[in-house]
Unconditional design. Structure first.
Length: 156
C-alpha cells in the first residue's frame, strides 16, 4: 500500500482544511511522484491511500489528474485506491462524489459519520437517485478494482 498519495508535505494541520501544495509539474513529478511511481512500477503495489492535502486547489483524494490520469493511466496501476482515515467532519473539501468519480474505490471512515456531517452512503445514494451516470460508472469501476485486488492476493 502506497500512502499518502500525493503531496503530503507536512503532518501539522494537514487535515482540517486541506494543506495547499503549490509547485510546478516538473517539480511535482521529480519530487512528489517519483517514489510512488517506483512503488507501482517496480514494487507492484496493489493499494494506494490518498492524502488530505490539496494539489493546487483540488483535494488529492478527489483529483482525477492524480488518481486516473497519472496513477492508473500513465503508470498502469490496477489495484484499489482508498481515502485516508478520519476525513469525516475534518473539512468541507472532502467531497464524496468528487472522490468516487476521480478514482477512489473506498472511503475509509464510511461508518464513522458524525451527527450533522451527512453520511457518505446517503450522499452516494442521492447522486444515484439523480441518475448521475458518472457516479454509477465510477462505482462499477471501484467494485472491479477491489475485486481485482482480492483476486491478486493469496488470502482466498
Amino acid at each position: 500500500m502506497i500512502k499518502h498519495f500525493a503531496g503530503n508535505v507536512q503532518e501539522t494541520n494537514r487535515a482540517a482544511m486541506g494543506l495547499y501544495v503549490w509547485t510546478t509539474e516538473q517539480a511535482w513529478r521529480e519530487l512528489h511522484l517519483r517514489p510512488f511511481e517506483a512503488a507501482v512500477k517496480d514494487g507492484g503495489a496493489h493499494g494506494a491511500m490518498t492524502a488530505f492535502n490539496r494539489v493546487g486547489t483540488t483535494w488529492a483524494g478527489g483529483s482525477e489528474a492524480l488518481l486516473t490520469d497519472v496513477l492508473r493511466g500513465e503508470w498502469g496501476f490496477e489495484g484499489f485506491v482508498i481515502t485516508d482515515a478520519g476525513i469525516v467532519g475534518q473539512g468541507r473539501h472532502f467531497d464524496t462524489r468528487q472522490a468516487v468519480e476521480a478514482g477512489n474505490d473506498m472511503i475509509l471512515g464510511l461508518l464513522a459519520d458524525l451527527p450533522g456531517d451527512g453520511s457518505y452512503e446517503e450522499e452516494l445514494k442521492s447522486y444515484l437517485e439523480q441518475d448521475r451516470a458518472g457516479t454509477l460508472t465510477a462505482l462499477r469501476e471501484s467494485a472491479h478494482h477491489i475485486l481485482y485486488y482480492v483476486l491478486q492476493t493469496n488470502r482466498i
